[in-house]
Write a protein that binds this ligand. Structure first.
Ligand code: ADP
Length: 246
């Protein structure tokens, strides 16, 4: 049954801050198993769209379904890697503990993470190149390193849909390649991955699906069909070649 539903269905979604709409009447269907970039200029509402889908922000109109049901009922299917530096860590917790938090959903309230979960957490830290920082306080890691720890947490969560808000922001080239390889691995495993992405040049190489957003949805679909001059110009309001060489 799950296969027949789109992974994400957004209908007539409008979101406003202080009565000013920042997302206007968005309809969006994301099929299962795509690696999708959300692109658009600063302030286009990309982060807000993810937050609205995850129920972090209440829309003034519209609805969101994850495999046909409200997010609240599908929490366990969803992993979220927030924007770098957007989480304040004012309590002491180590990198490996943050990753272990990702296993709580599977364990339920009563069981505590055991050997198996610890092993998974360490493997995930290794995948993102952070194993040697496992006992470091999360507050004492750089923003890019924190981002990688969040990615490891999402991996152990074993979700069906992943949302990542600019995972490549401010990371070095090696980390970028490591992250994109993990995202491609997730897609191979049949997961759906939605990424807020800034670098237009890498869209065709990294992603197979794309959504153009600028308060309104401009276009959504396969990169090979819709990643073109016309949609880039509609979204950025400037010539495609200028946008891509930015
Ligand atoms: P993007 O991710 O595309 O850069 P955002 O979703 O972060 O855009 O923001 C969309 C618009 O909403 C921007 O104009 C931004 O200034 C505004 N905005 C974002 N968060 C808030 C907030 N908490 N309160 C008021 N306005 C906000």
């Amino acid at each position: 049954m799950k296969e027949q539903q789109p992974a994400i269905q957004v209908d007539d979604l409008t979101v406003a801050y202080n009565y000013k709409p920042v997302l206007w009447d968005i309809d969006l269907t994301v099929p299962e198993g795509v690696l999708m970039a959300i692109v658009g200029p600063n302030g286009a509402g990309k982060s807000t769209l993810i937050k609205a889908i995850l129920g972090i922000i209440d829309p003034i109109a519209g609805s969101v379904a994850i495999y046909g049901k409200p997010y609240k009922e599908q929490r366990k299917l969803v992993g979220y890697v927030p924007q770098k530096g957007s989480v304040d860590w004012d309590f002491p917790t180590t990198a490996v503990d943050v990753v272990l938090m990702g296993t709580y959903g599977k364990l339920g309230w009563i069981k505590r993470p055991g050997k198996k979960e610890k092993k998974e957490a360490l493997e995930a830290l290794e995948k993102v190149g952070m194993l040697s920082f496992k006992n470091r306080q999360i507050s004492q890691l750089s923003g890019g390193q924190q981002q990688r720890v969040f990615l490891a947490r999402a991996l152990v969560q074993d979700a069906a849909i992943y949302f990542m808000d600019e995972p490549f922001q401010g990371v070095d080239a090696t980390t970028e390649i490591a992250i994109i390889n993990i995202l491609k691995e997730l897609r191979k495993a049949g997961k759906t991955v939605v990424v807020v992405h800034h670098d237009l040049q890498t869209v065709p190489e990294y992603f197979d699906w794309v959504t153009f957003l600028n308060v309104k949805k401009i276009a959504t679909g396969p990169v090979k069909d819709i990643f073109n001059d016309d949609n880039l110009t509609k979204t950025y309001g400037i010539n495609y070649k200028v946008a891509i060489n930015k």
